[in-house]
Ligand binder design. Structure first.
Ligand SMILES: [Zn+2]
Ligand SMILES: [Zn+2]
Length: 322
């Protein structure tokens, strides 16, 4: 038990040196650089401000690390979920990965049996580019659909609310996810990996090509994380060009998704791509929302600790509380 706890701690802290994870130090660094840009742009737009050089760094740090975002009840709830996530990973991830690999091989075999052996095999370098693109498109679409269900079905919303209950976003808020949602999210991703991994395995002539990646991470994820993914859960208002926000969800568009106003938090449900939101009428662009208050409004007080958040969805159903 103690060992599992230590491993969970290692896994959580290890996120900062794992390029697959959004909070790897390099992605945090690029996010800070983007925050510098946002700060500079905001300051240059405010007229008659005394720009004293000595205070610039101090002011920037005060702008970046607002206390309520990093040292508050809501932030501590995020950190507790980060640790819990690490625990979950240590206990289940290796099993899930094993199961996924087995199912990918089964699908490959199924293709061989029902479609037959191929005479032409696709080039592995080509597949290395196409595979992440398919993961991006199919993965993102399945994310959109599941996310839509979280928002539309009351039973699922009760669990998804935990992610929305943060009242001051910070990069760790991405881990503020109820274990039931965590299981569903992992099942979704496992199905995508089985479907695409099995198919591409077959197309590559049985070579497990997708294990060859760019520094252990696929290029799409690397680009996404480098371009300020950490700012999605923050108060830094990084927006894209208006036209680009119809294609890619900007950090501020995800912050809009965290709005306490219902008509806004049912919007921008995509993860990386905005095309699904555009297609299904759930897209809101940054220029449409000037000021933002995040959270669940009045209900926030029911979710302001880790244990309350963990239990609340169940009590809601079994004890008929709101
Ligand atoms: Zn949501
Ligand atoms: Zn979020």
């Amino acid at each position: 038990m103690f060992q599992t706890l230590v491993k969970a701690l290692e896994a959580s802290i290890g996120y900062t040196i794992n390029l697959q994870e959004r909070i790897h130090w390099f992605y945090i660094l690029t996010s800070i650089l983007l925050a510098v840009y946002v700060y500079w742009r905001t300051q240059s737009r405010v007229p008659n401000v005394q720009h004293s050089k000595g205070n610039t760094i101090k002011n920037f740090l005060a702008f970046l690390f607002k206390k309520e975002h990093y040292w508050s009840k809501t932030a501590f709830t995020d950190y507790a979920f980060l640790l819990f996530n690490g625990f979950f990973k240590v206990l289940f991830l290796s099993w899930v990965l094993l199961w996924v690999t087995r199912q990918q091989n089964n699908l490959n075999e199924w293709f061989l049996e029902h479609v037959g052996y191929k005479t032409i095999e696709l080039d592995i370098p080509v597949l290395l580019v196409i595979y992440p693109l398919f993961i991006l498109i199919i993965g993102d679409f399945s994310y959109y659909l599941l996310h839509l269900l979280y928002h539309k079905i009351p039973f699922l919303w009760a669990f998804h609310k935990i992610h929305h209950s943060s009242t001051a976003l910070n990069p760790i808020t991405q881990f503020r996810i109820h274990p039931i949602e965590l299981v569903l999210n992992n099942m979704r991703y496992a199905l995508v990996l089985i479907l695409l991994g099995g198919t591409f395995n077959y197309l590559a002539g049985g070579g497990v090509f997708y294990q060859k990646t760019f520094m252990g991470v696929n290029l799409v994820l690397f680009a996404f994380n480098t371009w300020g993914a950490n700012l999605r859960h923050s108060h830094i208002k990084l927006v894209y060009f208006n036209w680009l926000e119809s294609w890619l969800i900007s950090p501020y568009q995800h912050q809009i998704h965290h709005s306490a106003q219902k008509h806004l938090h049912d919007k921008n449900l995509g993860s990386k791509l905005a095309i699904w939101d555009k297609m299904f009428g759930t897209l809101v662009k940054s220029k449409e929302v000037e000021h933002l208050i995040v959270g669940l409004g009045e209900e926030d007080r029911h979710y302001n600790t880790f244990f309350k958040s963990l239990i609340r969805p169940f009590s809601r159903f079994f004890l008929r509380s709101k």
